[in-house]
Ligand binder design. Sequence first.
Ligand code: GMT
Length: 374
Amino acid sequence: MKIGIVCYPTYGGSGVVATELGKALSLEGHEVHFITYSQPRRLDFFNENLYYHEVGVRSYPLFKYPPYELALASKLVDVVKYEQLDILHVHYAIPHASAAFMAKQILATEGISIPVVTTLHGTDITLVGKDPTYTPVVTFSINASDGITSVSDDLRKDTLSHFDIQKPIEVIPNFIDLERFKKQPKEHFKTAICPNGEKLLVHTSNFRSVKRVNDVIRVFDQVRRSMPCKLLMVGDGPDRPEAEALCRKLGTCADVRFLGKLDAVEEVLSVADLFLMPSEKESFGLAALEAMACEVPVLSSDAGGIPELNKDGYSGYLSPIGDIDDMVEKAKKILDDDHLPTFKANALARAKEFDISNILPKYEAYYQQVLANY
Ligand code: GMT
């Protein structure tokens, strides 16, 4: 198949999933064309089946807001027509599904027809899509898609309950490449961070308010009163200054390090003992899956689709959103030396169920189904 992939080319989960999916499809012999405003962060290797088309947005003094959606639609028309694509797969509804719809309409005037698959990732539905500013366009463009997938059953239900969607939504969960995300021998790094054998807790995110990074700091602060431990905060975003201020207030600065954005997050995860994800909303929790693949148990909230990944009492524990005391108790249970090895083994076993080799065929079969019904 010749597949066009549209995504946000950033560190965000939807961009990671889209890029890793495209890479894997290209290794299976499909021709994959990425169409984005910059090179996807994870597009870190090339083969003869991979192409990247940059969407350039021309500005003009009249424009307060450069019209990215129009530039994307025009680029889609061009790439579909000249590369003779079979199918377009857009990740994150806003504004990719509506840009694809516009491109499809333009192509139809030239007798070119192409099906569009839209994958819903989370905040495009749970936060931004539900905002009345966008709801009519989101509803319309999801319904105008020829195929719709969602990364968890919870997100599927949430979408159906908030939008008038007339088509079935296929659930295809996030996946992981266990060749890349695996525990690596990085003991020197562990020794540098935890010189006295302390337990290492890790959080990675974009530090937006839905991630509740202050909960991470508060949980850590209480856990460290019971056992020696350190915390690594990976990533960056709007709530980082507040989290740093909270560390200063609680006096935890000596035990907490903010590392900023990291490309090789698997190296940090390789030496971690516990991953913290206290999110307010989380359609799936790809960052937790990456941790589990590196044998790190997960203490998470029970938000959204997280329970479809993190099995309570097996790969870690689930706590109610914002229940710091519960999280502290469960963190201590996981970190207990008698329990930790079992939780680590279970985390890996659970991650293996989401190996890319299990999930890639689901996307390929879904594309075939959409093409057959088109
Ligand atoms: O986590 C984020 O805020 C980034 C966001 C994105 O779209 O880039 O992630 C969403 O998509 C990921 C991939 O499908 C999911 O694993 C994340 O759970 C989801 N984030 C939220 O729902 C908050």
